[in-house]
Design a binder for this molecule. Structure first.
Ligand code: HEC
Ligand SMILES: [Cu+2]
Length: 214
């Protein structure tokens, strides 16, 4: 059976793929209500465990194995869960957010997110895009439609459409993006994104660019 969504646990974030469109996102899982849905659950590293209490059972994510979980959500809204298998330093912050939507809203979301990333709208954002592609960012992240195509870290193509950064750790806004890029290790120590010692202006430009990726 073809899954509706494939969710892969990473230390310490969730990769979310929609096989019907090849769209990839992270950390916030949009699903339609009123439908029997098949979730495929995997891991890229250690054992993680998917658990959104209001949506049914826990399910382990084990290396080189695919596990499946059926869900059927009645009511639109946000459903919060967390990784429930200890998976290292930032396990406690490995939150899950499921956004359940009416079929129409879900289809709109999926369509909008399948598009390539928005082009930067002003000079600073254009500079930010260049920096993103030329500094090490593109070595780990993808922004669809740009030269950044790596999948080591979360896909950032439509980052600005997510409510939170880093599985719920920070609200998603330009100022928090700026802080994160400045010193990731102070914000989420052990996260697999190193501090880069970039100039403050460069960081600001990159954060400005990313905040436009609706
Ligand atoms: C060595 C790989 C690596 C490099 C290089 C890297 N990142 Fe990351 N990045 C990650 C990982 C892994 C995460 C997820 C961290 C977590 O949540 O535990 C992440 C998370 C992020 C997030 C938050 C995404 C979300 O969905 O919440 C942003 C924004 C980000 N990185 C921007 C950047 C920028 C800008 C650069 C370049 C200055 C960069 N990254 C360089 C690996 C990397
Ligand atoms: Cu985990």
């Amino acid at each position: 059976m073809k899954p509706d969504v494939i969710i892969t646990g990473h230390q310490w974030w969730w990769e979310v793929e929609y096989p019907s469109t090849k769209m990839v996102t992270a950390n916030e899982v949009h699903l339609p209500v009123g439908k029997q849905l098949l979730l495929e659950l995997r891991t890229k590293d250690v054992i993680h465990d998917w658990w959104v209490p209001e949506l049914g059972n826990k399910m382990d994510m084990i290396l080189n194995r695919t596990n499946f979980l059926w869900v059927n959500i009645n009511k639109p809204g946000d459903y919060i869960g967390a990784c429930s298998e200890f998976c290292g330093a930032q396990h406690a912050w490995m939150r899950i957010k499921v956004v359940a939507q009416s079929t129409a809203d879900y289809n709109n979301w999926l369509m909008a997110n399948t598009k390539k990333a928005a082009e930067p709208m002003d000079k600073e954002a254009i500079a930010g895009k260049e920096l993103f592609q030329n500094k090490s960012c593109a070595g780990c992240h993808r922004i669809e439609g740009t030269s950044a195509i790596a999948v080591v870290g979360p896909d950032l193509t439509h980052l600005a459409g997510r409510q939170y950064l880093l599985t719920g750790l920070l609200a998603n806004n330009e100022s928090n993006l700026n802080d994160w890029i400045n010193h990731p290790q102070q914000i989420k120590s052990g996260a697999h994104m190193p501090d880069f010692m970039l100039e403050k202006d460069s960081v600001r430009a990159i954060a400005h660019y990313l905040s436009q990726l609706k």
